[in-house]
Ligand binder design. Structure first.
Ligand code: DON
Length: 339
């Protein structure tokens, strides 16, 4: 009997240690955050999967070895690992912040009525997806919807529209970002497909007659240079109800953040958005420059840069590192404890 009791006690003790261990691992302590970043950095540093985007010639030349992680808590503490100095072009991650600008300008219904908020289930520059519903039933994060969204930014000319977009991005990042001119020139010389997409969106009434100007401004917004820390802070601003947690500036209206995150959740990783959400629960956005941002609302924003991409156009290392880190820190907003 004594032995049975001792065994029972040992079992209860083991369970308590396991639960304590689990709870501690999911806690956002400074030590846990640092450990989670270091673990993910180390685990994927030598991963050799994926390939730089090359349909924009300048992107093929980017160092595939760049690998940086930045997590910024909703109260503004910055944690980094690896290369957080090298800049890559923001590419499609920019779509989130132009969407934020237009939602602030026109309200949440405008985008919903114009191009919708559903995942297309197709690649990010699909023409088939436009044709299926004549440019409706899409979203502001695929190329067609994103170019149309850029076309909705108010302004009398190119410079005024660009100025608004650039200052929105600067406020999200908390510093003045610059355009990588080589990337811009390279994409501007090869973006006939996006011009065709914009033309089709114009034909279906989703963008006005300045559709080629919108395509060019969109190309410029995609060429803005960012490092992992910039992206981490941009994501953390969304995690903190639209207020940059370092500069304390309210960049986008707090009440619109849920809609922005909803579109990121449904379409941020394109045709792989469902798989990503299933695995992590995190609204996220990728770019063909190799960055991914993800948001754990009220907790943290995280960004990883690593240029090699998978077939859907999403950074291989960034997906893995973010999934691991978020899981170690309890970042999945759908994972709650029972009352
Ligand atoms: O329009 C394009 O094709 C690029 N400027 C952006 C695409 C992109 O980043 C897709 N993301 N994964």
């Amino acid at each position: 009997m004594r032995q049975v009791l001792l065994n029972c006690k040992a079992w209860v003790f083991c369970c308590a240690v396991m639960v304590a261990g689990f709870t501690q691992a999911a806690e956002m302590t400074k030590a846990n955050i640092k450990q989670a970043l270091a673990d993910a950095y180390k685990k994927y540093r030598h991963l050799d999967e994926g390939k730089n985007a090359d349909y924009i010639p300048a992107l093929a030349k980017v160092d595939s070895g760049i690998y940086g992680i930045a997590l910024v808590t909703a109260d503004g503490k910055v944690y980094t690992e690896g290369d957080v100095k090298s800049e890559v072009s923001i590419q499609s991650i920019s779509k989130v912040f132009t969407m934020a600008l237009v939602i602030d300008q026109d309200g949440t219904d405008e985008l919903l009525h114009n191009m919708g908020a559903d995942a297309t289930g197709q690649v990010f520059n699909s023409i088939v997806a436009i044709e299926q519903y004549q440019g409706s039933e899409m979203n502001p994060l695929v190329n067609a919807g994103a170019i149309a969204t850029t076309g909705l930014v108010d302004g009398k000319d190119y410079d005024e529209i660009w100025g608004k977009i650039a200052s929105e991005y600067n406020e999200f990042a908390g510093r003045e970002l610059t355009v990588m001119e080589d990337v811009y020139q390279s994409e501007a010389a090869t973006n006939q497909r996006n011009q065709a997409i914009a033309s089709l969106m114009h034909a279906y009434g989703h963008i006005d007659e300045n559709f080629l100007r919108a395509t060019d401004i969109y190309t410029r917004q995609c060429s803005v240079g960012v490092n992992a820390k910039d992206l981490g802070l941009m994501a953390a601003t969304l995690a903190n109800a639209g207020k940059n947690p370092v500069t304390q500036k309210q960049v986008t209206s707090a009440e619109n953040v849920p809609e922005i995150l909803a579109v990121m959740a449904t379409a941020g990783l394109y045709d792989d958005a469902g798989k990503w959400l299933y695995k992590t629960g995190l609204p996220a956005k990728s770019g063909v420059g190799g960055g991914i941002i993800a948001v754990s609302p009220g907790k943290f924003g995280i960004a990883v840069i690593s240029p090699p991409l998978d077939a859907a156009g999403n950074s291989v290392r960034a997906q893995k590192a973010i999934a691991d880190i978020s899981s170690a820190l309890g970042g999945n907003p759908y994972q709650v404890s029972a009352h």
